[in-house]
Write a protein that binds this ligand. Sequence first.
Ligand code: GLN
Length: 585
Amino acid sequence: MPKYIFVVGGVMSSVGKGVAAASTAKILQTRGYNVTCIKIDPYINIDAGTMNPIEHGEVFVTEDGDETDQDIGNYERFLNQNIYSINYMTTGRVYLSVIQKERNLEYKGKCVEVVPHIPEEIINRIKNAQIKSNADIVITEIGGTVGEYQNILFLEAARMMKIKNHNDVMFIMVSYMPIPSAVGEMKTKPTQFAVRTLNSSGIQPDMLLCRGSKSLDDPRKEKLGIFCNIAAENIISAPDVESIYDIPVNFEKENYGDKVLKILGLDGYNPSFVGTRHTLPTMANAPTANNQMQEWSDFAEKIKKLKQSVNKTKIGIVGKYFATGDFVLKDSYMSVIEAVKHAAWFNNVDVEIDWINSEEFEYNDAVGAHGCAPDEETMNNNLQKLKQYNGIIVPGGFGSRGVEGKINAIKFIRENNIPFFGLCYGMQLATIEYARNVLGIKDANTEEINPESKNCVIHIMHEQKEKIEKGNFGGTMRLGAYPCLLKEDSISYKSYVGACHGKLSAENNIISERHRHRYEFNNYYREQLEDAGLKVTGTSPDNNLVEIIEIPKNKFFVGVQFHPEFKSRPLNPHPLFVEFIKSGL
Ligand code: GLN
């Protein structure tokens, strides 16, 4: 009988509910249970793909091509396993399928009502996700905060599951403990109110994870326990930590895993665990449940040590979403940042990441409006500053703002042999740069920005064009995992082969990576570009779509049409990121 854990938020959002859910999953996985995580986003959008990243954070793409919330990325990274579309749900998705079922007469003439039909649909989705992954334990994170109107039907679905299977369902509330500066002590009252609000939905939390800048002390645990009707031992302190990968280790210091398993009526270690089901690919021998946690805490320890060292590698990320400030940005590129960190730590070095606004490298009229770089001299000075980096990434993006600056930066990076890694748009812009400045095709561009250009070296595929003409934008890009055939004599091939100890895949030199884009490398220019030194080293197996470009004579100059960052895992970093970091050390 599978078990279900619901993770809900109290007091306010953005206190790390997703990472808390992912850490819970990790701990239970190390106890030998097959765990999966579901993310519920209460908004109407069908997916995260149509939302502005500044508003929503990163759009995380799954293997099966869903555009989901960044928390799905956290689950994948902590569990070291793929999470599929079926594990992601929004209000829009739930209503759409209920309405479609109604239109298809699947409710057999009944009046279809918000309650119970919406919660029933939610429950079906949760159960289907369990079936698909054959999970022993399903952790469902309900987005938002209790007391919000938006997530009420999701809470109702969870309550209905609890009523039906009392012993198989539990609730964990992740709440926030403020320390008002005028008072200087941690206050528990907001959490008491949050629990009461959850109670009014008919739900009593079994555990509290108390987030705060400091640890929660015992007297406050006692107090919260009494007022919230929870045994003090089930109130866990979750103070801020330097690295999110430390959180499972911290939780375990309070015997968190034992406590969760006890509430669920499960053994501390899964008796049927044979030690192979969750084997991490980087581990030489099949682990026991115990040594999986050991491997994780060794990793967390290694990060702590590296962070203390003054020797850091410096990576610059040149992008456009930077004017809104650091806070938003980190979220917009979460997987890129994590992939860079994983690769640096794998190379035994900590990393400092700088955000560089690409508009600093523009000086023409179009740019004057943003007031970034007033003249050519300033721009050139800004470019010179790029030399301080051990490597520079131009990540994915859309639209025209900041693009000319990115192209200017890529030219400088290429000419100065600074390690360069272009992700998706970054690869497309590197192609444009090469066409303009090496081949001399001055109006080379992407159809996305200038469809009038006679030389669209990046262009739209026919079927994508049709979709746009019909105004069909949501979920219609090239999305999800596609195979890519590597050329043997290339940096990419060496990176991938190195990472898997000399053997790529049964299908010979084929890798698989996730995509999210509408435009493609235009094959009309392929030969000219290759002759001029920009090599195509990865393509779709039919050789039709260009997936990877490289400049062999540079230290590391690689552009990929896909998003390798989505597949980087802390204990299993992505081979291209590993080589990129290594080349700059
Ligand atoms: N805007 C480009 C395209 O749609 C690149 C997308 C991306 O970087 N994810 O093809």
